[in-house]
Design a protein around this ligand. Sequence first.
Ligand code: PLP
Length: 372
Amino acid sequence: MHRDTAILHAGYRDRESEGPFLYGPQFSSTYTAPGDPARHSLTYGRFQNPTWSAWEEALGVLEGGHAVAFASGMAAVAAVFGTTLKPGDAVVLPSDSYYTTRLLASSWLGAIGVDVRLAPTRDNAQAKALDGARLVWVETPTNPQLDVCSIRGLVDAARAKGVLVAVDNTTATAYLQQPLALGATYVVASDTKALTGHSDLVLGHVATADAERAAALRAWRTQHGSIPGPMEVWLAHRSLATLPLRLSQQCRSAQVLAEFLSSRSDVDAVFYPGVPSHPAHAIALEQMRGGFGPVVSFDLGTRERAERFLKSLAFVREATSFGGVHSTAERRARWGGDAIGEGFIRFSVGCEHTQDLMDDVARALVQRASPV
Ligand code: PLP
């Protein structure tokens, strides 16, 4: 069966079962469960929920492993940190990873005595910092600079030194990139982004091929209470069916946009793994399939030029986050925490018609030269 068809049916009830294809969200804090709790698969709302189970089954199909759903991408990140690291261990993080992941590592892990080492994503530089480490955290393409490293290369280097590998796959999603198949111990994602794609929920998940590691993640979720809401999970599952359609359109337009921006002399730099000028284009071609993701970053040089561009867009909204069906853009330096210029734009390509999107961007680029 083609992967797109498998995703469409993933986690749905089988065709022999009468009733809905997918049950609606189950809102239960407790379940009728007399006597020995071990006899029941459903007991208490923080322990189990049938809506999560269907979603996790679908995620398992997508990732090729056991999936555990969390309340947010950061809850998923924290669960991997918390179940793998203890005082005295060392973790290697990308110096250009999502800012909050670095912040969590320095504030929490640093405070409990974990050695937090940073190295750039570019040129697999993290491989040089692995000696004696317990975990290497990989993010590719990175948010927001879209740098790329070789997952297989880092997995091989980590395995040789007995280091676990976690890949934050948020920008690509499992549709475009499969870290577990490349040997990663864990794949982590913010499902707030392209995986669900409708800008209406916050969720995350972790997947692993190892059943014991999945059980440890589940126990962490139960004890820390980082559980997802059934309504969000049901919305996510409903949205998953269109993932191949959405992402194919988004990646097609993102590629056109990146090529267009690369051709313009008034754009200082373009960051997109799909263009040949990207320093790791060859690696991206090798480990991604079906496109290079919905995010295109570029630099307009100054804060003033970037703000004027954002103001001049007709339907692209100025908003943070990415991966949704509606295009958004923001001047990323407004948040701080990343080594980027004041004119750096992170543009998330939605499902609008490609020509409409290009017209909007082209008009805004020209207008930014004159007063708005
Ligand atoms: N990882 C990456 C790469 C992200 O971009 C984000 C959010 O932007 C997260 C993790 C955290 O996800 P969430 O906002 O769902 O907690």
